[in-house]
Design a protein around this ligand. Structure first.
Ligand code: IMP
Ligand code: MG
Length: 337
């Protein structure tokens, strides 16, 4: 049995979705359950030529043998959930903890209408901040209050407990990134909740003693969407010249691009209790590494980057992503366990 948490080490969009999908195919979890804030998250998973964007459904959905759960800490927008369930054909596999907080139209209006949230912070406008505020004020509805969600309701912690007791694998998927944690990020330019591994465990009702592994995902060239400090940010001219351009999955805003931040990587690994790290976008460090699936086939430049990253993080880098497609990955986890 094993319970693994996968979280983002920088400012989000590190490629967690792809790492979750790969680990799911490899480790065959019976449950993939997500924590994190809510539909402000956007994950992209590319399988073959098909690209899927998800905001509510766990990004491990491409692995068809797992139950897909949404933990009680997560905010659910029933409209976004329904659209995704239909588009991804995952009806019958998706479950929502009955205690999840609900995002209403009013939360979205308040998020988009607030100059502080929409402009100063640069929120995603998905209603998460106001919904979490209402949750703290104990006036937000819960999933069990919404008739359209009746078919999805589950006690997620109990389901996870059962899976672990039966000796099965469970994956807990984080959203957002360490740098926008309400507690540890660049406050006030952060999201409306902690985003670290402990929070992802709590979101799913899994106690800390039951977590076996925490995989923290770092992007070789970190990105940030929205406002706030970004110490290693490059000018758009520099990142454009490097051929790096990215747009947000939820808001389609252009992402700010930065260089590797070793200090942040180490601090993030510490607070997340990192046991293994994943480095994504190594093909941006050296284009010659695109699609490589064996460590020995990486170029010296890429290997030097991984060594540097590992020294900064202070944990073995066991997963290296070499392109967007889920098979473009080097998995060395077996060599470290
Ligand atoms: P909110 O979470 O929509 O309130 O937005 C607060 C800040 O967090 C903004 O800077 C957003 O761009 C950022 N943010 C929220 N969710 C994500 C995410 O999944 N990836 C990247 N940035 C995010
Ligand atoms: Mg994203």
């Amino acid at each position: 049995m094993s319970c693994t948490i996968i979280v983002g080490g920088f400012f989000g969009d590190e490629g967690k979705g792809k790492i979750v999908a790969h680990v799911a195919f490899k480790d065959k979890p019976v449950i993939i359950s997500r924590g994190g804030v809510g539909p402000n998250a956007g994950h992209t998973v590319t399988v073959g030529r098909e690209e899927f964007g998800v905001r509510m459904v766990p990004s491990g959905f491409v692995y068809k043998d797992a139950k897909l759960c949404i933990g009680s800490g997560v905010l659910v927008d029933p409209r976004v959930l329904k659209q995704e369930v239909d588009r991804l054909h995952v009806r019958g596999r998706v479950f929502v903890d009955f205690r999840c907080g609900i995002i209403t139209e009013d939360h979205i209006t308040r998020d988009k209408g607030s100059a502080h949230l929409a402009k100063t912070i640069g929120s995603t406008g998905s209603g998460c901040g106001p919904a979490n505020a209402d949750r703290v004020m104990r006036v937000a509805p819960q999933a069990q209050d919404v008739p359209e969600l009746a078919e999805y309701l589950l006690d997620v912690p109990e389901a996870i407990d059962g899976a672990l007791k039966a000796g099965n694998v469970v994956l807990l998927e984080g959203t957002q990134g360490f740098g926008i944690s309400l507690y540890y990020g660049t406050y006030p330019y952060v999201t409306s909740k902690d985003t670290s591994a402990s929070q992802i465990a709590a979101d799913n009702g899994v106690g800390p003693t039951r977590i076996d592994d925490v995989i923290v995902v770092f992007k070789a060239y970190p990105t940030r969407v929205g406002e706030g400090p970004f110490s290693t940010e490059m000018s758009a001219a520099t990142s454009d010249a490097m051929g790096i351009e990215e747009f947000g999955t939820v808001t389609h805003r252009k992402r700010r691009i930065g260089g590797w931040d070793g200090g942040m990587a180490r601090y993030s690994a510490m607070i997340n209790g990192c046991t293994q790290a994943a480095v994504t976008g190594i093909d941006r460090v050296d284009k010659a590494c695109f699609g490589v699936t064996e460590y020995k086939k990486l170029t010296k430049k890429a290997k030097d980057f991984v060594t540097m990253a590992q020294d900064d993080i202070g944990c073995p880098v066991t997963l290296i992503s070499t392109g967007p497609e889920i098979s473009q990955i080097i998995d060395m986890r077996g060599e470290f366990s």
